[in-house]
Design a protein around this ligand. Sequence first.
Ligand code: LIP
Length: 272
Amino acid sequence: MESLDEYFDTALALVKTCGNLITEHVNGCKVFVKKSCDIDLVTETDKKVEQTLVEGLAKKYPSHKFIGEESVSDGAKCELTDAPTWIIDPIDGTLNFIHGFPHCCISVGLAINKECVAGIIYNPNLQQLFTAKKGQGAFLNDRQIHVSNIKELPAALVAFECGTSRDEAKCKVVYENFKLIVSKGHGMRSLGSAALNMAMVAMGGADANFEYGIHAWDIAAGDIIVREAGGVCIDPAGGPLDLLSRRVLCASTPELAEELSKNLVQFYPERD
Ligand code: LIP
């Protein structure tokens, strides 16, 4: 009988084999292709990492499903069923990878019955391995991690991103929320990777993260890692997180999540 631990161990072994594919470009990867716009890019390394992960997992678990950033063709709708589904971003923070800015990672989440039950976020440049399995806690390398206990926005360090869209309406909302966080929060940070922003919340280095326009592959691993670290992951307007909504808010405490959900300017991208 296959188990969550076995699924996780198989995925982790495959993720670790892909680390060198990223670190060999630690000074940047100057060959890339534009996707939806000039800041939404993909490299051959993105594709090679995703191919390695999908082929390795599919060979061992032929009944499992996959949602991978580079396999989902432009505009195609993602289908998340109750089947065990691997939700993969081969390089989260591709723009960072291209520039040689060392905050990029492999993000692998496993959803069963549409619930994220295992997650791996691996930044091989900085040797940061964030992991979690349902009911077993969250870890950074071999150390168990826990969110902060910050409950109020004025004390919160908040991570968020401009994203990969230059859409005027989206950018207007980004600027308005930037002003909110800078004026009302303790500070803002922007790593250029949704997965790593969420990992910062899980380890207590940041206190909240939100973003509009991300995809399931950016947040699936971060969802379970934040929750197993004692945090909350919800829709930015409140209510349950919807992996396909292209919206995410995670926070160290329900109180901080609620304060942000009541004060953020909302934006609703087209669903995946
Ligand atoms: C990135 C996300 C990041 C977002 C970027 C981009 P990618 O994912 O992790 O949060 O702001 O626009 O979408 O494209 O590097 O895998």
